[in-house]
Design a binder for this molecule. Structure first.
Ligand code: 13P
Ligand code: SF4
Length: 379
């Protein structure tokens, strides 16, 4: 895709400094990165693109795997064609278990890389390979390795939103839907944790479990923008509303939540909670599924500082927004935008992912997880 013709926006993110990583009030200089803004197709163009994708999926033995934050069309088309729309944990599992030889991943780059690490024999395509994540950008492997080397007595637990190299340096991978359970199990085994990269998710897990956690200082540019004062005011205007919060949000926002969870946790809470209205602190891409699955309920976006020219506060991930129908059709047609992961990294990066998948599938099926938590250094 051509950056000369596609509109591009500037995105600011915080770059943690190594010697500040262990301190939550450490210095984080602002860096700049860009995101492409796909042009919204007209109605006839949309219909034609969807037809083309349906046909190509069959021809290429491909399946769509979409995240809840991408454009509604990419979520609906994934489901309609036998693929999946889900959180990052289930995206990884589904892509690995599905028999298709090509995985068409709509999300951000770490999601495609996790799929490739789990299924190196499959072709993994993404609509735009430049769709990144501020957590991944804010945790470069050299700095992170130094941080780990300085604390060899700690079990290294990293969030899925990281590069393959960072995963390969870790003992455990977690997503927001399983981080609490995994950290709790590590704490029960007496392990001290080195956590990266999201300080807000890490802080939440630490408060909930009481685990000894040394934190990297990264954050998500989208969730970092939710504001607690304005949220408290909005709650007063909607006294019957329940507040659903993704744990990448700041502590003061999480403190106002009636339920805290991953994207799938938020969906579950909205279905199960008996309330007419919900205020939702996560990427607004989530509203599509929340509204279609709960037609009788009202969903309100949690307040940020407001939209701006840089999209910093628009509650929509600029990199998730880079996924488009046109991009999907093009990569399926041409086989371009294939995800490659350094083959030398794959066996080691797979260790923490396999641990997470084994742990979560044991939890799902009610089996014991006790034997799935090895001593530190066993990786
Ligand atoms: P989930 O694992 O909850 O889907 O979150 C992924 C993500 O990137 C949220 O910003
Ligand atoms: Fe990363 Fe935040 Fe975008 Fe999720 S929403 S992909 S954490 S920048």
């Amino acid at each position: 895709m051509n950056t000369m013709t596609t509109p591009v926006i500037d995105v600011e993110y915080e770059q943690p400094q190594l010697n500040a990583a262990a301190e939550t009030d450490g210095v984080c200089p602002t860096r700049h990165v860009w995101a492409r803004v796909p042009v919204e197709p007209s109605l006839p163009e949309r219909a034609a693109l969807k037809d083309r994708i349906r046909r190509l999926l069959k021809e290429k033995n491909a399946v769509m795997v979409s995240h809840y934050y991408v454009h509604p069309d990419l979520q609906d088309l994934a489901e309609e064609t036998g693929g999946l729309v889900s959180d990052s944990l289930e995206m990884a599992r589904f892509g690995h278990e599905h028999p298709a030889t090509t995985l068409l991943v709509s999300g951000v780059r770490f999601m495609g890389e996790t799929s490739k690490i789990l299924s190196p024999e499959k072709r993994v395509l993404m609509p735009d390979l430049d769709a990144t994540c501020s957590l991944d950008l804010g945790c470069p492997i050299d700095d992170f390795s130094q941080f780990c080397d300085a604390h060899p007595d700690r079990t290294v637990v990293v969030y899925a939103n990281t590069s393959a190299a960072v995963k390969a340096r870790s003992d455990w991978l977690v997503t927001s839907s399983c981080a609490l359970d995994i950290v709790r199990a590590l704490k029960e085994k007496g392990q001290k944790i080195l956590w990266a990269p999201d300080k807000h998710l890490g802080g939440y897990i630490q408060r909930e479990t009481g685990a000894d956690m040394l934190m990297w200082n990264g954050s998500c540019i989208v969730h970092d923008e939710f504001k607690s004062f304005e949220l408290a005011e909005l709650k007063k205007e909607h006294p019957k509303a329940r507040v659903l919060v993704h744990p990448e949000s700041p502590e003061a926002v999480i403190a106002l939540a009636d339920a805290v969870g991953s994207t799938s946790g938020i969906l579950r809470a909205a279905k199960e909670m008996d309330a007419p209205e919900f205020i939702v602190a996560t990427d607004k891409g989530m509203m599509h599924k929340l509204r279609t699955l709960n037609p009788g309920k009202t969903f309100i976006e949690a307040p940020t500082a407001g939209s701006s020219a840089t999209c910093k506060s628009c509650a929509h991930c600029p990199w998730m927004a880079m996924n488009s129908l046109a991009g999907l059709a093009q990569v399926l047609e041409t086989g371009s935008n294939e995800i490659h992961v350094d083959p030398a990294l794959i066996p080691r990066a797979r260790v923490p992912i396999d641990r997470m998948l084994a742990f979560t599938s044991a939890l799902k099926t009610g089996r014991s997880t006790a034997g799935l938590v090895p001593h530190i250094g066993a990786a």
